[in-house]
Design a protein around this ligand. Structure first.
Ligand SMILES: Nc1ncnc2c1ncn2[C@@H]1O[C@H](COP(=O)(O)OP(=O)(O)OP(=O)(O)O)[C@@H](O)[C@H]1O
Ligand SMILES: [Mg+2]
Length: 410
């Protein structure tokens, strides 16, 4: 049960490579929120998912926050934020502990996850999430929720996600400079999965690929737990850049052409279609849609082939019988579904955020999957803890606070 002192509002800030999106939600119950404020600005201070210009990022966050606050009619003090970028890495790990009093308590679960977290890592890395995949009791029984069970030895298989301390700290600093306290940080594809995958998909086995502007973020779920994650630093902006180079236009013009006429599969080709665009010298130019396809398709094949290569190299093909769900703005490129279908030969669908309650129609778009998923993640965490975490309010140092973020999803 959520305690009576549950917080009435939750805020998420999706600090993406192309847009910053603030969502303020009123908490209705343990599983539902109503969006009451939306703020969105263009993001120019990030490259491939990481902050490269603090001033521009702080300004853009400030603008988006202000917009959302005006719409919601309330000020916000804290938010959950997402993290991505090439610095993210992950690995599976095993932990084992004796159970002191035979009945498994929360402390035993924390101990076994802490044991699994003892992995070698670089000095500039930090653990972001420790996600239990399954537990083993007394070397025999596989269990997913061992709390309250009896045994003498508890083991866990966990998925550990690591990030660069500097990148995490830069994100937090940008929020704090706009007077927003960071309640929690979540890996972006985990948030997107929260918003677009069904319980069945997570249980039976599904991969989700969030193709954003700077990164394509993969997560694979099976038996309700995370099996694998990966961040590929190639995504939507690469399509735009390819088109700008191929058509000799500005990136702004290439972005327009991509969104309006871009295709990555022959099924959508209109051989009679000729597209007007402006060159760098502001001259008019007419190109056939075939040329746009020829420029964009290889990039789609490249991204999806690299994802497939990762899945095959980790021997995970058998863990995704429910298929692959594409989300993020890059999934809107016409034909992505078909290219994925040909490469993966599994069911493919485009994932939009699930409407829980009164979500404005305009938010039912893959670009909002991460922001909406972060709200759901925060809601779940509050429901599990029963009360609002107030200890974060007083925490002084970012790395101290990160200790309370690492153990998730159980
Ligand atoms: N209708 C569309 N057709 C094709 N591409 C689109 C469309 N709408 C958005 N995009 C592309 O989606 C990308 C932005 O997606 P999204 O908003 O999910 O990224 P982001 O969250 O800002 O970036 P990241 O998650 O990589 O940090 C851009 O490259 C944009 O061009
Ligand atoms: Mg994104």
């Amino acid at each position: 049960m959520i305690g009576s002192n549950r917080r009435p509002y939750i805020t998420s800030i999706d600090i993406g490579t192309t847009k910053i999106c603030v969502l303020i939600a009123r908490v209705l119950d343990q599983t539902q929120v109503e969006i009451v404020g939306v703020g969105k600005t263009v993001s120019e201070g990030l490259a491939k998912g990481v902050v490269v210009d603090i001033a521009k990022t702080v300004y853009a966050i400030g603008q988006a926050v202000k917009e959302a606050e005006i719409m919601a009619g309330i000020p916000i003090e804290s938010a959950v934020i997402g993290i991505s970028g090439g610095h993210i890495s992950s690995q599976n790990s095993h932990g084992i502990v004796p159970i002191k009093k035979q009945e498994i308590k929360v402390q035993d679960i924390e101990n076994v996850l802490a044991a699994a977290s003892a992995i070698p890592m670089l000095q500039d890395q930090k653990i972001l999430h420790v996600l239990p995949q399954y537990f083993i009791l007394d070397g025999r029984e596989v269990v997913y929720d061992p709390l309250g069970m009896y045994g003498i030895r508890l083991e866990v298989e966990a998925h550990i996600i690591l990030g660069a301390i500097a990148s995490v700290q830069n994100l937090i600093n940008c929020c704090e400079k706009t007077n927003i306290r960071v309640d929690d940080i979540i890996l972006e594809q985990l948030a997107s999965a929260e918003a677009v995958l069904t319980d069945d998909e997570r249980k039976l086995g599904t991969a989700i690929l969030d193709i954003g502007g700077g990164t394509a973020d993969l997560a694979l779920y099976h038996q309700g737990s995370i099996r694998h994650t990966m961040v590929l630093p190639i995504a939507g902006n690469h399509f735009t850049n390819d088109l700008a180079i191929g058509l000799c236009t500005s990136t702004k013009e290439a972005e327009r052409v991509k969104k309006q006429f871009g295709i990555v599969h022959e099924a959508y080709l209109d051989k009679q279609l000729f597209i007007e665009c402006k060159t760098m010298q502001e001259a008019q130019k007419i190109v056939p849609q075939q040329l746009v396809l020829d420029i964009l398709k290889p990039r789609a094949v490249e991204i999806l082939s690299l994802i497939k290569k990762e899945i095959v190299s980790k021997k995970l093909q058998g863990y995704m019988p429910m298929g692959l769900v594409l989300t993020g703005g890059g999934s809107l490129l016409c034909g992505m579904e078909e290219v994925a279908q040909e490469l993966f030969a599994v069911p493919i669908r485009i994932g939009k955020p699930h409407i829980s309650f009164d979500l404005p129609q305009t938010l039912q778009n893959p670009i909002y999957a991460t922001g909406y998923g972060m709200l759901l993640h925060a809601l779940k965490k509050d429901a599990r803890s029963g009360t609002v975490k107030t200890t974060l309010n007083q925490a002084s140092h970012v790395l101290e606070r990160m200790k309370s973020w690492i153990i998730d999803l159980f």
